[in-house]
Design a protein around this ligand. Structure first.
Ligand SMILES: NC(=O)c1ccc[n+]([C@@H]2O[C@H](COP(=O)([O-])OP(=O)(O)OC[C@H]3O[C@@H](n4cnc5c(N)ncnc54)[C@H](OP(=O)(O)O)[C@@H]3O)[C@@H](O)[C@H]2O)c1
Length: 239
């Protein structure tokens, strides 16, 4: 088992990429901190993982836009498991619209969840990782945190922010044993797309299964290397 006794903290664990990654990590023996706002989804996931793999999970219902709640969730995780080896920042929201149709509330929500949420979780978890002198943070800016498209103004603003934040954190921790990986996925078929009005071909997207396999690859990168960045696109979308 590739992640035996590793502790993985996952924001956005209730659905989509975070949920599928939790399952993949559990299969490899990880202990999990499951965080998102919808408690019943986390409880159901924790139950399923216990039945399948005997997984030790801590359920932390929490809004990633609330710094105090995120700090408390990290403290609970450390009180329970004594360490955090990997942070997967998978909480996120998307509104893909022309800038004239994007509301102020939608823009603010993307900055709050996608950028400030990643800052809060990364800040509080890396404080612990710095003491441990080891750890890995995996962030998901997606391809729209590296290249823009029509209707991506607000979302790309939040996700380019994640890319910039992560690259700067890499420098902060350059010699301290804490590593960062940026995953730039193209479209992944998850509930993320359920409320997006833009026309997309979900059947051509990356499956959530393949996304989780790539995240496992990042999570199990050899100690002597760092996987700084990975770009994965559906075959029809080569850059
Ligand atoms: N799907 C794609 O095509 C794609 C591609 C590249 C990158 N990404 C990025 O990958 C990440 C995961 O996306 P996904 O497709 O898995 O999305 P998803 O299926 O919509 O799941 C998003 C998760 O984030 C949680 N979340 C949302 N707002 C939150 C908040 N304020 N506090 C805590 N948790 C919150 C949701 O739970 P609650 O609502 O219950 O809180 C849910 O568990 C996102 O950052 C997304 O931007 C997605």
């Amino acid at each position: 088992m590739k992640l035996q006794d590793k502790v993985v903290f996952i924001t956005g664990a209730g659905r989509g990429i975070g949920r599928e990654s939790a399952k993949r990590f559990a299969k490899e023996g990880a202990k999990l901190v499951l965080m998102s706002r919808t408690k019943h989804q986390l409880d159901e996931l924790a139950r399923e993982l216990f039945e399948l793999y005997d997984t030790d999970s801590l359920v932390e219902p929490c809004d990633v836009t609330n710094a105090a709640q995120v700090k408390a969730a990290v403290e609970n995780a450390l009180a329970t498991f004594a360490k955090i080896d990997i942070l997967l920042n998978a909480a996120g929201v998307g509104h893909l619209k022309p800038v004239t149709e994007l509301s102020v509330e939608e823009f603010d929500q993307m900055i709050d969840v996608n950028l400030k949420g990643v800052f809060y979780a990364s800040k509080f978890v890396t404080e612990a990782m710095a003491k441990q002198k080891s750890g890995l943070v995996i962030n998901l800016p997606g391809i729209l945190g590296k290249a823009v498209m029509r209707m991506s103004s607000g979302y790309s603003a939040s996700k380019y922010g994640v890319t910039g934040l992560t690259r700067a954190m890499m420098q902060d921790f350059a010699r301290d044993g804490v590593k960062f990986t940026l995953l730039h996925f193209g479209g992944v078929d998850t509930p993320f797309w359920d409320n997006i009005t833009m026309k997309v071909q979900r059947e051509k997207m990356i499956s959530v299964h393949h996304a989780a396999e790539m995240i496992l690859l990042a999570a199990t990168q050899p100690a002597q290397f760092v996987l700084n960045e990975l770009v994965l696109q559906p075959e029809s979308h080569q850059l």
